[in-house]
Design a protein around this ligand. Structure first.
Ligand SMILES: CC(C)(COP(=O)(O)OP(=O)(O)OC[C@H]1O[C@@H](n2cnc3c(N)ncnc32)[C@H](O)[C@@H]1OP(=O)(O)O)[C@@H](O)C(=O)NCCC(=O)NCCS
Length: 413
């Protein structure tokens, strides 16, 4: 009986001619509707072909991996941290090690590109922890009935909230400037370049979003809220029945935060306002009479993979000067596995191999991702059994790795 002919397996970037076959994989595995597929095809600024890596069998794509070349602020410092997306294998090719091969190649590609880490939203954390990904941020939502979330203290303000004209370049620039100033000191937040803004405005128009800007008494924009409302969303409600979806909320000061909050509350016909992508360290709960009415819910957000330990540790500024010897375990990227001496003056850091030295901290590369992003302190990681070290070293690491803001990912990708 003739046997099946041997198959040729390649791991490579997709050519321009292969892009639609390539995109068909994530559309299939994520069950995109025909409308989603059409919308995707119309999106401005599609990803460059070089950011799409696939497994091809006899020239046909079976498994995909893409990344958005994000520039993020890592504890305030600009850093290239690609956002990985569109990971999928057609069902008939699953559990044959295709993703594992692709992940190994992707690690090398990111390393060659000089990228210290990558991050992603996981459909399931279980897929990625085996590849050395660790938790890097949390997703926070509020579900509020605006009638019950009054501010604790009376608030008066000379400024004004204004709905901007999204077709006006000047008005768009107002919102873009607020975002830039807001994002600059933050942690893990991607900066929006022209291509991302083109996407945001296109999406706002497609979805019918409003953009409200809080302007102070001198007319300076200090906060932005992007949202939409729909009526008849809550069945059998005799009174208000609208649902408001808040997609973006970024403010530069407390007055703008309070002003936009009052603005939400002034929507008398809204019964539920859902805020997605809230900053994990949002001060709002402390400003309210009844904080529990926010119905704050959390979930995992970014999963972060350190590509190159020295490069990643040298990328961000720290909260304190200090020296630590780290024993890092990484069985998927052997170049990371070993002893590293980490010295920082807070602003600049240096990491050198330290084979044979006594380790202050012993941890997996997954746990290092949680520490490095500031998502978890060394003490907390130790309590989870994912790090060991003597008490003084753990306290030192707590002080060094603390960040000004909690890591936060407001962008979907
Ligand atoms: C997740 C997915 C890409 C895996 O592809 P695959 O080619 O079958 O993966 P592999 O055969 O290379 O498996 C790699 C490893 O992950 C494990 N794994 C695969 N899918 C898994 C799942 N859904 N849950 C837990 N572990 C999983 C495998 O057991 C294997 O482990 P091992 O290498 O330690 O033995 C594929 O199942 C898929 O397309 N799922 C639906 C889309 C999805 O969820 N994508 C992720 C989006 S963030």
């Amino acid at each position: 009986m003739p046997g099946r002919r041997p198959r040729q397996i390649e791991i490579r970037t997709a050519t321009e001619a292969e892009l639609s076959a390539f995109d068909a994989v994530p559309h299939y595995v994520f069950a995109s509707s025909p409308e989603d597929v059409r919308t995707y095809a119309m999106m401005p600024s599609p990803l460059p072909a070089e950011c799409r890596l696939g497994v091809f069998i006899d020239g046909k794509v079976t498994t995909t991996y893409e990344w958005i070349p994000w520039q993020v602020r890592l504890n305030g410092r600009p850093t290239s941290i690609p956002g990985v997306t569109a990971v999928g294998t057609y069902p008939q090719f699953r559990r044959r090690g295709h993703l594992r091969m692709l992940m190994a190649r992707a690690m090398e590609v990111h390393r060659e590109r000089g990228e210290p880490m990558v991050m992603l939203w996981a459909s399931m954390g279980a897929i990625y922890q085996r590849f050395g990904y660790g938790r890097g941020s949390e997703y926070v939502t509020y579900h509020v009935d605006p009638r019950f979330v009054a501010l604790r203290e009376p608030f008066t303000w000379d400024g004004e909230v204004r709905l901007i004209d999204q077709s006006s370049a000047a008005d768009r620039a107002v919102a873009e400037r607020v975002h830039e100033e807001w994002a600059a000191p933050r942690n893990l937040v991607p900066m929006r370049d022209a291509a991302r803004w083109a996407h945001q405005w296109w999406e706002a128009q497609r979805q019918g979003h409003y953009v409200a800007v809080a302007e102070d008494a001198t007319g300076r924009a200090r906060g932005v809220m992007v949202y939409k409302s729909k009526e008849n969303q809550i069945p059998n409600e005799p009174g208000p029945d609208q649902q408001m979806e808040v997609r973006d909320f970024f403010v530069l000061d407390l007055d703008a935060r309070r002003a936009l909050w009052q603005y939400v509350r002034a929507h008398d016909l809204v019964l539920r306002a859902r805020f997605g992508g809230v900053e994990p360290d949002d001060p709002l709960p402390d400003l309210l009479l009844e904080p529990r009415e926010l119905r704050r819910a959390t979930g995992d957000a970014m999963w972060v993979r350190i590509i190159d330990v020295p490069r990643a540790l040298e990328a961000r500024p720290y909260s304190a000067a200090g020296t630590l010897t780290l024993r890092v375990h990484d069985d998927f990227a052997p170049w990371n596995d070993g002893f590293w001496r980490f010295e920082t003056d807070g602003d600049q850091s240096r990491v050198t191999p330290a084979e044979g030295a006594a380790a202050d901290l012993d941890l997996s590369v997954n746990a290092l991702a949680s520490l490095l992003t500031g998502f978890r302190s060394a003490t907390r990681i130790e309590r989870a059994g994912m790090l060991s070290g003597d008490a003084a070293a753990v306290r030192r690491a707590d002080a060094i790795f603390a960040t000004a803001y909690a890591p936060h990912m407001p962008e979907g990708f």
